[in-house]
Each structure stands twice: as structure tokens, then as C-alpha cells.
Design a protein around this ligand. Sequence first.
Ligand code: HEC
Ligand code: HEC
Ligand code: HEC
Ligand code: HEC
Ligand code: HEC
Length: 291
Amino acid sequence: MGPALADVELPSKFSNQGSVGNTRHNLTQRQASGGGPSNTIMNPYRNDYEEVCVYCHTPHGANAAVQLPLWNRTIKPTSYQTYDTLGTSTLNQPVTPPGPNSLACLSCHDGQVAVDSIINMPGSGRYDPNQATSQNNTFLNGWNNSSGPDATTHLGLDAVTPSASCLACHSSTAGIVGAGATDFKAYAIGTDLRNDHPVGILYPTASGPGTDFKTPTATRANLRYFDTNGNARPDKDEIRLYDTGDGYEVECGSCHDPHGVPSGGVGSVFRPTFLRVANTGSAVCLTCHSK
Ligand code: HEC
Ligand code: HEC
Ligand code: HEC
Ligand code: HEC
Ligand code: HEC
């Protein structure tokens, strides 16, 4: 007999190539194009909107309270514990609260809001602008899952109350549902960002040879980026800095693209963990840091 089924990093059932629909950011888990796990297990715990983009974007009625492309998600106003409050003696650069290109990720990954908390539901006329800043379960309960039971609770990636979270199944913490599902604990990053690479941190202007930082090679509107292929466009495989009013800052989107970045040509498998640059040989880090 083998060991008991542990909650480990189970191999993903998504092919992780071609489209965001074949990645872990497909929260419908339809068996569609690239395969993926059965969606019905999750039905009682989140609305299955049967579309991939809609968990993050909507063509109409988007969240205008945040500078993000056609954003469909609840962004709950939050005071994050930023990295600078850890008080390391080495940090020099000013830090502001996480900008929009971090808040987008945190709208799922800080665990405060359910993964299915959106403003405009697809094809249903169900629309609640108040969802822009707060999650209303009565509104979310109005959705009917066509693939199985309706959701009666709307869970998120909340490590603080794992039993009322996707982590109830997706973690090995004793006392909750437990076995058989991938451990998501590392993905539940919470509102305390003192243990994460700083975001909302201003990129040093004193950079280049002789300094600790490399100089981004191109600027386009509110982006500065390392234009590795020299085509004067911020491509998805290029590390970038965002200026949303506080100067060019590092945000989650600097290092990650939530849609997946092909490792080679079109259709090739995506780089791990939605990274813009594979971190082999610490290539992500060495894009910015001269070390
Ligand atoms: C898990 C959330 C998520 C899903 C699912 C998602 N997106 Fe996005 N999308 C984002 C975020 C976050 C940004 C902003 C990226 C940044 O910070 O630079 C974005 C940006 C974009 C942009 C503008 C910038 C760019 O990268 O071109 C387009 C266009 C876009 N998404 C299209 C789509 C489409 C089409 C789908 C479905 C096939 C989709 N997205 C699915 C999160 C998502
Ligand atoms: C709609 C909710 C949602 C949004 C928005 C979102 N994520 Fe996720 N993300 C998830 C969930 C749920 C998982 C858990 C893993 C899974 O789906 O198997 C995940 C997994 C991940 C993983 C691990 C993937 C792997 O293969 O190990 C990374 C990295 C990640 N997200 C980064 C981001 C970043 C960066 C952003 C913003 C640019 C973002 N996510 C926005 C829901 C979201
Ligand atoms: C009742 C237990 C249970 C709950 C609650 C649950 N899941 Fe799952 N989930 C599973 C099982 C079992 C699988 C299939 C095994 C696996 O891939 O981890 C799975 C698979 C997944 C996968 C596919 C992973 C992959 O890469 O193949 C995603 C994504 C996912 N769940 C997201 C979520 C999200 C988001 C929530 C919270 C809204 C959630 N789950 C809540 C049991 C659960
Ligand atoms: C400076 C670059 C950088 C920034 C900024 C960044 N990440 Fe990451 N992230 C990484 C790298 C590199 C990995 C892969 C780590 C590994 O594989 O060991 C990673 C991994 C992850 C994972 C997978 C779990 C894990 O710990 O390996 C998640 C989820 C994630 N990042 C989310 C985020 C979110 C949300 C933000 C913004 C708050 C963010 N990241 C900001 C570089 C970054
Ligand atoms: C997009 C640019 C960028 C990337 C990519 C990046 N960093 Fe940073 N990093 C910064 C900036 C800016 C600071 C703030 C420096 C300062 O205040 O002097 C920083 C600070 C740090 C610090 C110092 C924190 C402190 O308390 O002094 C460490 C350590 C660090 N980064 C490690 C990493 C690692 C490891 C990676 C790769 C996983 C990475 N960085 C990727 C821009 C980046």
C-alpha cells in the first residue's frame, strides 16, 4: 500500500500553453480546448461563469474606480502592510501602497474577496456596480451553474480563515477537508506584504554601470521596460515598471503576466508561474539588479 494521499504540489491538469484558458488562471475549469480538471467539484464554492476572461475582465460595465483594463473584479479598499514596514536597513527607495498592477492580483491573492466576485456576469443582465469595491453574496448567489449544483458560498484564497477558503480542500492544514487537491497555501499571500518582494517601490533613477541597478532601455507612456528584442514595444516577455501616478514602480505585473508567456515560439509551453522571464540562473532578478 502506498502512503496516504498527501496535499502536495499535484501536477496541474492544464496544458499551460496556447491561451490563458489552458492555465491555472482558468477558473471555469471547463474541459474545453487544452483539457483541465473537472469543473463540477468546485461548483458549490464558486460560480462557474463558463468563460475564462470574465473572472477578470468585462467588455462593458467595467470597474472605473481603478486604472486597469476593463476590470471586472471587486477591489476592496485595503491598507496593506508594505515591505518597507519590515524595516530592513538596506532599503533605499520610497514605497507607496500597491498600485493597480498589483491590486489586480491581490484582488484574488490577498484572499479578502471571492475568486468569483465580479461586477458584470456574462450574458445574464446581472450587473451590480457596487461590486467594484465590495463583495455582495446575494448578488453572486443569483448565478445558476449550468454544469451542476449552484454555489451557496463564494470562496477565495484566504490563508487567515482556511476553513472558509479554497484552502479548505487545497491545503494540508489539519482539521479541514484535506486530501487530494493541490496545495494552494503558497498562492494565498494575504494583506501582509512584508514577506514579499517589494511592490509599489520606485525604481532608482540612478542606475546603469557602477550602480546596483540596470537601466530599462525603453519608455512608452506609463511603462518603462527592458526592450530585449529592441522592437520599441513592451512585449509580454519583457520585465517592466509601471507609472500610475507615483513614478515608475515595481508591481506584481513587472515580473508576471497573468495570461502566460510562451517559453519559445507561438504555442510553446508557458514559462512557470506566469513569469515574463524564466528565472533560470535568476534571470528575472538580474534583469533589474546588478549583482
Ligand atoms: C486571472 C485574471 C485574468 C484573466 C483570467 C484574464 N486577464 Fe487579461 N489582464 C489581467 C490583468 C491583471 C491585466 C493587467 C496586466 C498588467 O498589470 O500589466 C490584464 C490585461 C489584459 C489586456 C491588456 C494588456 C495586455 O496584456 O495586452 C488584455 C488585452 C487582456 N488582459 C485580455 C484578456 C483576455 C482576452 C482574456 C481571456 C481570454 C484575459 N485577458 C484573461 C488579468 C486577467
Ligand atoms: C480571478 C482570481 C485571480 C487573479 C485576479 C489572479 N490570480 Fe493568480 N491564481 C489564482 C488562483 C485561484 C490560483 C491557484 C492555483 C490554481 O488555479 O491552480 C492562482 C495561481 C497563481 C500562480 C501560481 C501558478 C503556478 O503555475 O504555480 C501565480 C504565479 C499567480 N497566480 C500569479 C498571479 C499574478 C501575478 C496575478 C496578477 C497579475 C494574478 N495571479 C491574478 C487566481 C487569480
Ligand atoms: C471540496 C474541495 C474543493 C474546494 C472547496 C475547492 N477545490 Fe479546487 N479542486 C479540488 C480537487 C479535488 C481538484 C482536483 C485535484 C487538483 O488538481 O488539485 C481541484 C482542482 C482545482 C484546480 C485545478 C488545478 C490544476 O492545475 O489542475 C483549480 C484551478 C482549482 N481547483 C481552483 C479552486 C478554487 C479557486 C477554489 C475556491 C473557490 C477551489 N478550487 C475550491 C477540490 C476543491
Ligand atoms: C520582482 C519580481 C516579482 C514580483 C514583483 C512579484 N513576483 Fe511573484 N514570483 C516571482 C518569481 C521569480 C516567482 C517564482 C518563485 C519560485 O519559483 O521559487 C514568483 C512566484 C509567485 C507565486 C507562486 C507561489 C510561490 O511563492 O512560488 C505567486 C502566487 C506570485 N508570485 C504572486 C505574486 C503577486 C500577487 C505579486 C504582487 C504582490 C508578485 N508575485 C510580485 C517574482 C515576482
Ligand atoms: C523590476 C525590477 C526588479 C526585479 C525584476 C527584481 N527586483 Fe529586487 N528590487 C527592486 C527594487 C527597485 C528594489 C528596491 C531597492 C532599494 O530600495 O534600494 C528591490 C529590492 C530588492 C531587495 C532588497 C530588499 C531590502 O530590504 O533591502 C532584494 C533582496 C531583492 N530586491 C531581491 C530580488 C530578487 C531575489 C529578485 C528575483 C526573484 C528581484 N529582486 C527582482 C527591483 C527589482
